[in-house]
Design a protein around this ligand. Sequence first.
Ligand code: G
Ligand code: MN
Length: 294
Amino acid sequence: MHHAKERGGGRVEQFCAAMRERVVTRMRTESELHSAIAHDELRVHFQPFFSIPDRRLLGMEALLRWQHPQRGLLSPEEFIPLAEHTGLIVELGAWVLDASVHAMSDWRVAFPYATDDLTLSVNVSARQLSAAADGSGDCLHDIVNHALTEARLPPQRLALEITESMLMAPGDESEAALLDLKRLGVQVMLDDFGTGHSSLSRLSNFPLDVVKIDRCFVHDLGQDGSREPIVAAIIAMAKALNLSVVGEGVETEDEWQRLVALGCDAAQGYALARPMPREQLTRLLASTRAARAA
Ligand code: G
Ligand code: MN
């Protein structure tokens, strides 16, 4: 009896200890994230995307990384949900915009021929879009405008990646904020398309430029025929709406070939290029310039 009771109590205690640890880790991560900008621990990596079928560089997506002093290089999945939850995403998002727009601007100065028509895309979260409505700092329109002006980047060279859910409610403040941004002259890309709840009427009413097909539909394309009709339908729909289509998450030559056959406009994925630090993309642009000059 004595033993059984001890074991039972032990389990409860173990559970409580694990919960405590999770809460403590989360609180520590949150406070560390607060100071990550000041401590210069944030990095932007860039993942190129390419035209189909000629594999010409079209642009690059800015992807946030956190160089944590103890835990190493953290990917967004490990801290963005927390940043969204606490509202810190507004500050982080502004930092990413500023850092990546300045990088793009420097590349345009250093490699004018290789970069003239490239597009920089930056992910934007719903919290960023609705910020400032509650009086907490600048609105996204002002943050984007300021970054573009300061870096002297033409607005058309910047694309904001939003998700389907951000297009959902017509007439709400986030729609007004998006239309404001659009009036600045930036492009708008619909990210991870097909996974959210899209309203097709919103899709045709809102002035989008690009649809990015979520990688779950691209995965195993060519091996597993079941998703091909979905991809074909998304491409047909995008063309009918005069939007450009990017296939995300291309990991194999097979997947690339199917996107070529289906008439997709562009592709992004590990098979083409992985996200890379700024210096590595600088080298890529330098070699593009050499190739063009040759
Ligand atoms: O939601 P969004 O599409 O913005 O997500 C970008 C994320 O996808 C980045 O973290 C990037 O590292 C990852 N990613 C980019 N290309 C690939 C790929 O080919 N396969 C997989 N599994 N992930 C990818
Ligand atoms: Mn994206």
